[in-house]
Design a protein around this ligand. Sequence first.
Ligand code: GLA
Length: 383
Amino acid sequence: MSIIEQFIAAYGAEPIVLSRAPGRLEILGNHTDYNEGLTLSAAVEQATEFALRPVDGRICTMRDFRDGSVVEFNLNEIDKPRPKDWTNYVKGVIVELRKRDIEIPTFQGAILSTVPLSAGMSSSAALEVAASFAFAEAFAIDLPKPEWAKIGQAVENDYLGVNTGLLDQFSSIYGKKNSLIFSDFRTNEVIKNVTLPEGYMIVVANSMHKHDLVSSDYNVRRQSCENVAEAMGAKDSTIEALRDVSLEQLEQAKSYLDIQDYRRALHVVGENERVLSGIELLEAGDVVAFGQLLFASHLSSRDNFANSCPELDFLVEQAKSIPGCLGARLSGGGFGGISIHLVKVEEADRYCERIAAAFKLQTGIETEIIQCAIGAGATVKAL
Ligand code: GLA
């Protein structure tokens, strides 16, 4: 049943808007976004739909048709998130709009999502963006797209306390069908679209190790990056963020940096460089060398940024020996979640079978494998 049919069955009335916001894959540029750096990412076809209708009173109802849960909240009592409540991502958007003097009226809402949860495909950003776009259309809120991305980020940073960057919301909003997007988080803009050469696709293999940024070391990693930018900035006023640091400069600063912070920064500075080389290689059609950058990125995550886990390392190691794969790495925040694999389309089915079998043998659990199509960015329509 479609979300609209389920909405009518649940609430006995039609929704007035329907939005749709996709999950995303981080292709290269790990933990670069909050360092004012560069990323290469893509929206996927898996998305969250959000439908709503205004009602009287102060009690909003939200339903998730994927798991059947129903959550109510009073608009007067949403200043703080509730533990383990998926509607925090919706309430957070309302709270952030309130800070901008925009009041969301009472509504009944529902979501239906195909984005895997807590996997590193940004199910939370998809929900924030879907809610944002639905509110914008239903209640005539006219804000620029980057501002909506910042609202989603503020939900994570201020409402939920995870100091993430803008990558997830950006990719969900600006995704382009069959295209990767190259974003610059100094200027907060999409610089250009880059296509994967014909005959290649991205396969996602889930480590099944729950990635939950709220409880992860994400904020600690960010702090390390900021420590380095600050220490180097104190000696060189042209350095404001890790974006301004080259590998040579970082090497020179090694003598006075905390060695663990140095390794975190080495990852980020290397990732910025890999994004730039990756784009050049894709544009030159050198998909083999591009794949090697994915492997290099993963090694740097594992060894320098320490945001991998044994299951992710195993999946990436397998990718080096199973035919059909050109490169693989963890994608997103890390500490679990998904790996992405650049695979030849004609070998994809066989590749997926083999990596799934290897993972089962090693860990005793089934991995979740998705052959990902690159989808379009978020949309909304009045009904
Ligand atoms: C998570 C965050 C993003 C980004 C990635 C790592 O997905 O939400 O802002 O920092 O991790 O690149």
